[in-house]
Design a protein around this ligand. Structure first.
Ligand SMILES: CC(C)(COP(=O)(O)OP(=O)(O)OC[C@H]1O[C@@H](n2cnc3c(N)ncnc32)[C@H](O)[C@@H]1OP(=O)(O)O)[C@@H](O)C(=O)NCCC(=O)NCCS
Length: 152
């Protein structure tokens, strides 16, 4: 099996990466349904990221077939001057459990390091146990929690 990680190509990979978002968003935000408006917004964000020096997108291929995607961005916030933020990680169901997500994460982190970012950060949903295991095994630690309460 030949596995390689290459740069995302907007024209070639857009539709595949959009398909990945159904599971990503519906799994991480229970009750949310990906619709055309979401796909249009996501496409705009991908387009902008593909042309931004502060963002990088990667595709993981297994024997020439697209099996994974990762998206990193260099951001600043009120409390962090410079952070590498992981926006999206996905591996196709048939390719899971082989360390591909871990490899994608490492690729993103390598890029953050070469850009001088002192730390990497991401948001994860508490219902997504696979992702939480992936991130904690890769060295990520929970620093803040987002708390919610239904009002109706
Ligand atoms: C989360 C996801 C990216 C993991 O992909 P993957 O390629 O299977 O992950 P890996 O094989 O690299 O595994 C990495 C770690 O996650 C853990 N893991 C993977 N699959 C798991 C599972 N089914 N149950 C529990 N832990 C799991 C493994 O323990 C592994 O850690 P270790 O090798 O240090 O023991 C994949 O399930 C996915 O794409 N899910 C849908 C999209 C999503 O929710 N993305 C994350 C939020 S943006």
């Amino acid at each position: 099996m030949q596995v390689r990680i290459r740069r995302f190509n907007l024209r070639r990979d857009l539709q595949t990466v959009l398909q990945f978002q159904y599971e990503t968003y519906e799994r991480n935000f229970p009750g949310f349904e990906v619709d055309q408006k979401f796909l249009d917004d996501f496409t705009r964000q991908l387009r902008s990221a593909a042309h931004s020096p502060a963002e990088q997108l990667w595709i993981l291929e297994e024997d020439g077939q697209v099996r994974g995607f990762a998206w990193g961005a260099l951001i600043t916030s009120m409390v962090d001057e410079f952070v590498g933020y992981i926006k999206n990680v996905y591996v196709s169901p048939q390719a899971r459990g082989q360390g591909y997500a871990r490899r994608l994460l490492e690729r993103v982190e390598d890029w953050f390091r070469t850009e001088g970012a002192p730390k990497a950060a991401l948001d994860a949903s508490t219902c997504n146990h696979q992702a939480l295991t992936l991130y904690s095994n890769a060295g990520y630690v929970t620093r803040r929690l987002r708390m919610e309460k239904p009002l109706q």
